[in-house]
Design a protein around this ligand. Structure first.
Ligand SMILES: NC(=O)c1ccc[n+]([C@@H]2O[C@H](COP(=O)([O-])OP(=O)(O)OC[C@H]3O[C@@H](n4cnc5c(N)ncnc54)[C@H](OP(=O)(O)O)[C@@H]3O)[C@@H](O)[C@H]2O)c1
Length: 318
């Protein structure tokens, strides 16, 4: 079968399509015949090695979420799964391939009315946004700033915050056109990447996908008791001394936290994934798909992500 491998860390030219043996599902696993693959910002972060490189060695298959039909199951898995259409988190096993392995606990049956392309746009991003807002204890009537709102994670945070009754949902983005699209999805105020623009003076919650050198300036935007939740570092790590900004405003009782899905219990994560797909069927959340490309165009998809030209998500089809 065909798979994409990252042969060299760094720019997307290190990605290649290769022939590899078909995998066999092991204990507790599903083998999924892939119809759609979500291309996520985190795939690029891992490819560039922005945050270390984790346990990845050259030759790994990027991608972490797929949708398709279960073709085979491993020992211990109910054979009734065979033939079901599912969304599945593949984790480090990779998703840019024709046949993917996933633990049965990490698969969600696709609800009627939801396509594979839509599912891989929402299945991971929405839970991150949902739990990040909960981590920030967003309450109805409070104000939110979503920093880096043009990606699938930020778009989900905007839609969820608006539905949760936030009084203001501000976003940072790099263009007026993106700002207009984010307004259609629930944003009430559009700011530039530095946070300049016509928005509230202070925010109760900041959901931050960006991190990077400008992060401390956004800590200054927190209202008293405001909560900054860092969920991504698309602009790299913040300066090492960023915490001094919180200490300088000690009397404002602000807080900073990171949030990772890795800390969510598996059952809660499964429920959030299933709910995300159901919410899409109900029309409460929208799959914003920039483009659907062939598997062979994986490097091109990453080039577009690196160039910042993706609004929402690119999806690959094998
Ligand atoms: N916490 C978790 O559990 C979890 C789970 C999955 C993924 N993640 C993280 O989430 C991130 C990916 O999310 P995503 O796919 O939604 O993001 P993304 O699409 O990669 O980036 C979001 C937006 O940030 C803006 N941006 C990019 N570079 C920037 C810069 N240098 N300065 C300011 N803004 C910049 C861009 O919008 P504009 O051009 O419009 O400004 C971009 O569309 C990764 O860092 C990944 O590690 C976290």
């Amino acid at each position: 079968m065909r798979a994409v491998q990252v042969q060299r860390f760094g720019d997307p030219s290190g990605m290649e399509v290769v022939e590899v043996p078909e995998p066999e599902p092991q204990e507790g696993q599903l083998l999924v015949h892939v119809e759609a693959i979500g291309v996520a910002g985190v795939d690029a972060v891992i490819r560039r090695r922005t945050i270390g490189g984790g346990g990845f060695a050259p030759g790994f298959v990027p991608g972490r979420e797929v949708a398709g039909t279960v073709r085979e199951v491993g020992p211990g898995v109910d054979r009734a799964w065979i033939g079901r259409r599912v969304w599945a988190f593949t984790g480090d096993a990779g998703g840019y391939l024709e046949l993917a392995l996933a633990a049965v606990e990490d698969a969600v049956v696709l609800p009627d009315g939801l396509g594979a392309v839509e599912a891989v746009t929402l299945g991971s991003a929405v839970p991150v946004a949902r739990f990040a807002l909960a981590h920030g204890h967003l309450a109805p009537g409070e104000s939110v700033l979503v920093r880096g709102a043009a990606g699938s994670l930020g778009i989900a945070a905007v839609e969820l915050a608006a539905r949760a009754g936030a009084a203001a949902v501000a976003v940072t983005t790099s263009s007026a056109e993106r700002g207009d699209r984010l307004r259609e999805l629930g944003a009430t105020h559009v700011l530039d990447r530095r946070g300049e623009g016509d928005g509230p003076a202070a925010y109760d919650v900041v959901v931050d996908v960006v991190g990077g050198p400008d992060l401390p300036a956004f800590l200054d935007r927190l209202a008293p008791n405001g909560r900054h939740v860092l969920v991504g570092v698309v602009a790299g790590m913040p300066p090492a001394d960023f915490g001094t900004r919180l200490l300088a405003a000690f009397q404002r009782s602000r807080s900073f936290s990171t949030f990772s899905l890795d800390t969510v219990p598996r059952a809660a994560l499964h429920a959030a994934r299933a709910e995300a797909l159901q919410a899409a069927v109900r029309g409460e959340l929208h799959a914003v798909v920039q483009d659907v490309l062939q598997l062979e165009a994986a490097a091109e998809a990453h080039r577009r992500m690196d160039a910042g030209s993706v609004f929402g998500r690119i999806v690959l089809v094998p």
